[in-house]
Design a protein around this ligand. Structure first.
Ligand SMILES: Nc1ncnc2c1ncn2[C@@H]1O[C@H](COP(=O)(O)OP(=O)(O)O)[C@@H](O)[C@H]1O
Ligand SMILES: [Mg+2]
Length: 331
């Protein structure tokens, strides 16, 4: 066990960081908002207006210094023109079939408002469903297959958290927004793609109650489906040390690091078995023997704190027909 770590492998700082400090860090992150957001109606259509704040460039440079020093694989677009080009370009590439985006004024980008709510909003309200997680995974997978000149390879988001996935209940489609960050371009696509999955999963691993987080995570991964990226993700599922931990605090809504560590370890173990589960599931499907869980719906949404004690059937927690509801206890 490394010096300075307790039985859980956490540093003393990680273990005893006072709540007040976490809150201060959250406030700081909020204060570091590089852009501000407002809404307008233009020619009868609702648009979201993103404007680069006055100290945006300096803040972006400062954040990038931190990301570099902490080996966090993302960078803010620091120059406003670069950001506007990337933000509009990505929005058009992903959403341009139905929605418009354009640069407007020196520091501003306008994007048509996508119908629906973010997955984060749904999770906070307890209305997150299996369909939403699957739609998010399908959209991220689709986006990861698109070629991008900037990367000279497949595209990746860089900030694919739940607040940046908008779900349209009417069409059942999820769409991605918020393109002010880019992955370190020197990284292979698989590593960048796994980081997108990680960022999405950290939103689940932090706040979701114990009965639900793993089925939610597995629903998402199973729908994403690219096993090479999921294998790479496995190598990224460990709490970082040093300064990077602060960023992980932000990513996990400052959830208890011991809990996050436990959950990531569990997820690592389950991912190990994902490939064999899929093989077993495919074999089962061929034999036309349906697993008992296939006709069970996952309870819609995440239970609120007050309903956590509600009895939830094991079958209702099943991540997907391909994954048995009883999860492996590898450690
Ligand atoms: N085009 C859009 N359609 C719908 N909602 C949007 C759109 N752009 C932004 N929003 C909403 O505004 C929030 C913040 O916008 P975002 O582009 O993610 O900037 P940031 O996270 O950097 O503040 C999003 O989480 C989303 O709720
Ligand atoms: Mg955002």
């Amino acid at each position: 066990m490394p010096i300075g770590k307790n039985g859980n492998g956490l540093t003393l700082l990680e273990r005893f960081i006072p709540d007040g400090l976490s809150h201060a860090a959250t406030t700081l992150v909020d204060a570091l908002k590089i852009n501000s957001i407002s809404e307008k109606v233009r020619r009868g259509r609702r648009v979201v207006v993103k404007r680069r704040n006055i100290y945006g460039e300096q803040l972006a440079d400062l954040a990038n210094l931190y990301f570099r020093a902490s080996s966090i694989p993302i960078r803010f677009w620091s120059k406003v023109d670069d950001w506007r080009r990337w933000e509009v370009g990505c929005f058009k590439m992903l959403n341009g079939d139905r929605f418009r985006a354009f640069a407007s004024g020196a520091e501003t980008v306008c994007e048509e408002k996508l119908p629906g709510k973010s997955l984060w909003d749904h999770m906070s309200r307890g209305t997150l469903t299996r369909q939403m997680l699957e739609a998010a995974a399908h959209e991220i997978r689709r986006a990861h297959q698109l070629w991008n000149d900037e990367f000279k390879g497949p595209w990746s988001h860089g900030d694919a958290g739940m607040t940046n996935v908008i779900y349209n209940q009417r069409t059942g489609r999820a769409r991605l927004i918020d393109f002010e960050i880019i992955h370190d371009k020197s990284l292979p696509a698989t590593v960048r793609h796994a980081d997108d999955l990680l960022v999405f999963l950290l939103d689940i691993v932090g706040p979701v109650p114990s009965q639900q987080w793993l089925p939610f995570a597995l629903r998402f991964l199973n729908a994403y489906g690219n096993l090479d990226v999921i294998a790479e993700l496995k190598t990224q599922l460990a709490l970082p040390n040093g300064m990077a931990w602060i960023w992980w605090g932000v990513r996990t809504s400052f959830a208890n690091p011991a809990k996050v560590k436990r959950r990531l370890e569990k997820l690592r173990g389950v991912i190990t078995d994902l490939r064999s589960y899929r093989a077993v599931a495919a074999k089962r499907a061929r034999k036309r023997r349906r697993a008992s869980i296939t006709c069970q719906e996952m309870s819609p949404g995440m239970p609120r704190a007050s309903s956590r004690t509600r009895a939830i059937k094991e079958s209702a927690n099943a991540a997907s027909p391909g994954i048995p509801s009883r999860l492996p206890t590898t450690r």
